[in-house]
Design a protein around this ligand. Sequence first.
Ligand SMILES: Cc1ncc(COP(=O)(O)O)c(C=O)c1O
Length: 426
Amino acid sequence: MTEPGDLTAGPVGSSRERSSAAIALDDHYAAHNYSPLPVVAASAEGAWITDVEGRRYLDCLAAYSAVNFGHRNAEVIATAHAQLDTVTLVSRAFHSDRLGPFCAALADLCGKDMVLPMNSGAEAVESGIKVARKWGTDVKGVKEPNNSNIIVAHNNFHGRTTTIISFSDDETARRGFGPYTPGFRAVPFGDVDAMAAAIDENTVAVLLEPIQGEAGIIVPADDYLPRVRALCTERNVLMIADEIQAGLARTGRTFACDHWGVVPDVYLLGKALGGGVVALSAVVANRDVLGVLHPGEHGSTFGGNPLAAAIGTTVVSMLQRGEYQARSAELGERLHARLRGLVGHGVLAVRGMGLWAGVDVDPRIGTGKLVSLRLAARGVLVKDTHGSTLRFAPPIVITEEEIDWAVDQFAAVLTDALASRTTATV
Ligand SMILES: Cc1ncc(COP(=O)(O)O)c(C=O)c1O
């Protein structure tokens, strides 16, 4: 049996020398804030990654949904090349001929008035928090602006900055990083009554992932988001949807909120917005919300740079066509049906929507990390989250045959693990 960290399967006799050297260099010089699988990517195309030894892997993580449109998507790469030959960065001290078209296109996609472009997802969340607080002060007129609060959900994941980890339940993400930013109240995800009870006159916003990704792809009950929407309207509180991982075609719709006909006041977008090429995130809202920002109150040197804006415009035009959303919905049904077929054969539960599946593996088989290692040895890359949950989120360009092949590999890993358990207990 392959041991954790001993990724020896793959073509017989294949060498691991280059991988080992690359990993050793990473280990020595790169901060150890991740625990990656021992796969060293050298190139990628579509749904496939090739490592430094020439082994190919089907990517079923898609860089946490940042590569929704496939590695090196031809339209995105063509835009990037063209923009690299013109202008890449001027900072927001000047205008560029790329920013306006990008903001107009993204605002239109979201059905909103304005866009605040940033870079990482966490920056979009931070910016959304700032905008909500300023809206509370300037528009809502909260009595104690320095004591305002934002309602969040337990088991949320919104990024890694100091403020964001301040309202995380994940002790590994928090421990040792205090003091924490005040002003957040956590209620159980799915519990509207608890949310209603937590809102008071100083509440400026509710901040939620419509489907909780890192928590294990937790899909709420059908009445949850519509009731949150109604509650936010009734209590004059902004509804902020963090669609950074769930949005932009991942679940089979442009936004996860679309599944329930819900339109939040503020969309937070990132990851796939940059087409898998650049870090591009955004806060998108109407003028009565984003209009609270004035010169000097917020910014980022790279936010909305011409290269990112050009790529973002292409990404939005791809989403306007709707084909990625349709493909994710259609292929997602196949992925879910095939994964559900493994329930009772080493899988306890399958959740999710579109090409996004959270799979609870029977913990007796091993940790999610161990199963990920065995899958990688068979040429399929997935990521574990929370103990024994695996996340399948392939680039949306994956084919039906590739989905079948990936699930076959998963089934084989489970069968092997179950067989070795039986042998061990005889
Ligand atoms: C829902 C959600 N919000 C925010 C983030 C943070 O994005 P980034 O890693 O680009 O800062 C993530 C990242 O996984 C996410 O899943």
